[in-house]
Each structure stands twice: as C-alpha cells, then as structure tokens.
Design a protein around this ligand. Structure first.
Ligand SMILES: Cc1ncc(COP(=O)(O)O)c(C=O)c1O
Length: 435
C-alpha cells in the first residue's frame, strides 16, 4: 500500500528511473545506452579504442551491464605475506542477472531481443536439446517482450518435465523433433518457420545470414540486415502481419557478440578490473560464441586480457572456424564502413587460449564425484555450479591460479555462465549421481 501511494505521487520522470528496480522481470522497456559527448569531442572515439563504443550505442535488453564480482580463495584464508590475488580468483556472477535467463544466455540476447522488437518481429523460432538453457531463455525473453517463441527440442518429450524443459514449455511453444530430422538444423528451422507462418501474410527471416536465405529458396524469405541505429518499432508496425525470425541453436550468432563486448566494457571500469592489469577470463564453451564475444571486446578496447575458453563440445579447429565465421559476419553486419580496416578479421588475432577441461570427455558425460564437487562448492562458497558447463570452468580457473602464482601477477576471473537449472534435468536422468 505504501509503495502504491509512493508511486501515485512520483513524477513520471522519476518513475522511469525507478522502473528497472521495481520490476522483478526485465519489463517491456528497452534501454538505450549512450556514451559521453566528451569522448566524441576529444576525438577519442575516432582514433583510440574509445571509437568502438559506437557499437554500444544501441537498445539493450538489460537496463545496465552491471554484474556482481565475488572473490573465491583456494585456501581457507589468504596467507599473510602472499601477493594478493595469487591464490584466489574472481567469479563474475552473471548467473544472478535473472532468475531463469541468467548467465551468458542473457548476454547473448542483450542486443538481439531489442533488435527483434525494433524490426517488429512477432515470432522467434529456435532449437536446442531437451534441457537447453538457450531455448528456455529465448522463451522467457520473448514472453516478457511481447513475442512468441517456437522451440524445436531434440528427441522425445520427457515423462516428467523439469529444469529448462519445464521452463521452455511454460513460456514457449514446444515441438519435439526426431533426432534424424534435427541433425539437419538449417532446413528443420526454416521448414518450421514457414509452417507457422500464415501462408502469404507472414515473412520469415534468419537473423544471422543473408546468404542462407538464398541457399534455401523459400518464398517470402528475406534477410534481416542489422542496422546500427534501428529505432524501436519504426520499420514495421506491430499490428501488421506476423514476422518470424529464426535464431541459431545456442544463439551462435555474430549479433550475440555485442552483449559480451558490452560486458567487457563494464568489467574494464576502475571499480571492476580496470584497464591496466592482466586478466584471464575463463569461460566454459559450447558453441564458443561467448568466448569469442569477450575476446573481441578485449581487442577492440585495447586491453591486456585473455580469454581461456574451456572446450566442451568441439575441438580447437572447430572453435577457431566458428570464431572466424562470427568475426566475418560481425564485420559485415555491425561494423561501420569507416572502421572496417581496423577490425580484427582473423580468428587467430583474438586473445583466446582454447583449453581442454581438466578431465576431457564426450560432451554431456558426468564422472562420479562431480555432483559432490558442485555440492561442496555450493556449501563453502554459496555458488551453484553444474557438472556439464560451469564446474569445468571452475576447475580450470583453479588450475590457472596455481599456474599463475609465480608468473606475471595476472588476475583470474571465471565468468559464471548460469545454467544451474540444468541440475534438475541431470537429477532426473542420472539419479544415482545425486545419492
Ligand atoms: C551454462 C552454459 N555455459 C556455457 C554455454 C556455452 O555458451 P557458448 O555456446 O556461447 O559457448 C552454455 C550454452 O548455452 C550454457 O548453458
């Protein structure tokens, strides 16, 4: 009641400032991030790393890029006399950004969702495994922002829905796809998008690849070419025909890199890691898109940082190929022509060390004792991990701390990519690991 009275008396301008704090969800507003005119006046924006801030001058899903940092010590207490930071690492708590979408899913959608809204997209089609955190995040983000999510999940409906599968079903329209059909992802996504369109009145577009539409000659298929400065709703009217966008599995899209570049910009503030020191950011990799986005931000802002990408679903060559294609797509879609020549096109120019997880294995496999390790970390640090993704990053961060101890004084940070609802699906599939 008191809150109601306060809101009634609050001027509209103040209300606008309060809204992000009052709303438990991300609300239907989008947020524009503008950079200071001072950097424009000084010319920093045109010549130094500051010129890349232009990329961040757009609508975002997150009201601001802030995230919590927590320092974790490998020993009970940091020993007196030791250089600080040598036996500790920082956890970038992106898992806390949202109750369901937390972690890298939200960063990848940070620029994509407002972009869809700006183009009047009404329906989004994407795909993933039965317990895919990505499909659940897309479903939640779409529902929160007035779009419908159509989720193609690999395999069969589980007997009891739980974890991300449950969330996907609550927020989105789920269709289960036989594994044989799922293996042809591009044609599966395109076919489904055309199926849900109302014959002649709807259009279907891929977010990422104009060429792909030419490859698959479906009527009404047209590329969306991301515009640096699309104003909300001014291209298409929301009351018009349905507009269907197709989003790659895992949001493995060049457009997803923008949210990670924004995160690097935030982390380089003096109140976080600053711009001077050496930092190694560890990130567990599925498609590798998150790692590439972080590394691209590091290059563009001229930082002495590195990304350590823990390879979970592919080998080094596969990740490098993906990095290469993301960069060339990104340059084509998001880099202003005047900055083309300065943009790093070669995947090899990115500061990424691709590294095996401590105990390499086939993606998705869990070893005995790993649920216990997650339990121990949760109980001693208050940080929940899952054995498929984030435990792999945690173990590598620990290893790096020990390796770096006597070296260049680099700090180590682990990006918590979220994914903890995945534990529910694992508990259902492998109950013996949780006994
Ligand atoms: C918890 C978690 N970590 C990491 C990843 C992999 O991210 P990327 O595909 O960007 O490498 C995923 C995939 O969605 C994930 O759910």
């Amino acid at each position: 009641m008191a809150l109601f009275l306060l809101l009634r008396r609050t001027p509209v301008s103040t209300m606008a400032m309060l809204l992000p704090f009052l709303s438990p969800s991300l609300s239907c507003r989008r947020f524009r991030c503008c950079y200071s005119q001072q950097s424009v006046r000084t010319g920093e924006r045109d010549h130094g790393p500051g010129r890349w801030k232009l990329l961040l001058d757009r609508e975002w899903l997150l009201p601001n890029p802030a995230t919590k940092l927590k320092e974790v010590y490998l020993e009970e207490e940091p020993k007196a006399g030791k250089r600080s930071g040598t036996l500790s690492f920082h956890v970038i708590r992106d898992d806390l950004l949202h109750p369901i979408m937390g972690g890298n899913k939200l960063r990848k959608l940070d620029a994509i969702i407002p972009f869809f809204q700006g183009h009047g997209i009404t329906d989004v089609v994407t795909c993933g495994g039965c317990q895919s955190a990505h499909t659940a995040a897309v479903a939640v983000a779409c529902a929160e922002h007035g779009m419908r999510a159509h989720l193609l999940l690999r395999g069969e409906r589980p007997v009891i829905p739980t974890g991300y599968n449950l969330v996907a079903g609550m927020y989105g329209q789920v269709t289960y796809i036989p594994r044989s059909e799922y293996s042809e992802r591009k044609s599966m996504l395109q076919k489904h998008a055309v199926r849900i369109s109302d014959a002649n009145s709807a259009s279907v577009a891929w977010l990422h690849s104009p060429e792909l539409c030419a490859e698959l000659p479906i009527p009404d298929s047209q590329p969306i070419v991301p515009d640096m400065r699309v104003a909300s709703g001014d291209l298409y009217k929301s009351s018009g025909p349905r507009k269907i966008a197709i989003l790659n599995e895992g949001a493995g899209e060049s457009f997803a890199l923008l949210g990670l570049i924004r995160l690097v910009d935030y982390l380089s503030q003096p109140s976080c890691f600053g711009t001077e020191g050496i930092l190694r950011i560890v990130v567990d990799c599925g498609t590798g898109t998150t790692a590439v986005g972080l590394a691209l931000g590091i290059v563009l802002f001229g930082l002495h940082w590195q990304v350590v990408g823990v390879m979970l679903a592919d080998n080094c060559e596969g990740y490098k190929r993906h990095a290469e294609s993301l960069l060339s797509e990104f340059r084509q879609q998001s880099v202003p022509k005047k900055l083309y020549c300065d943009f790093p096109c070669q995947g090899d120019n990115l500061p990424i060390i691709w590294r095996e997880r401590c105990r390499p294995r086939k993606f998705g496999k869990i070893y005995a004792g790993e649920i216990g390790a997650c339990q121990h970390i949760a109980q001693s640090n208050g940080i929940l991990l899952d054995p498929i993704y984030t435990l792999a990053g945690w173990e590598v961060a620990q290893e790096l701390c020990c390796e770096e101890e006597s070296k260049d004084g680099a700090k180590v940070a682990l990006l918590h990519t979220g994914g903890t609802l995945g534990l529910f699906g694992l508990a259902q599939r492998f109950p013996h690991h949780f006994e």
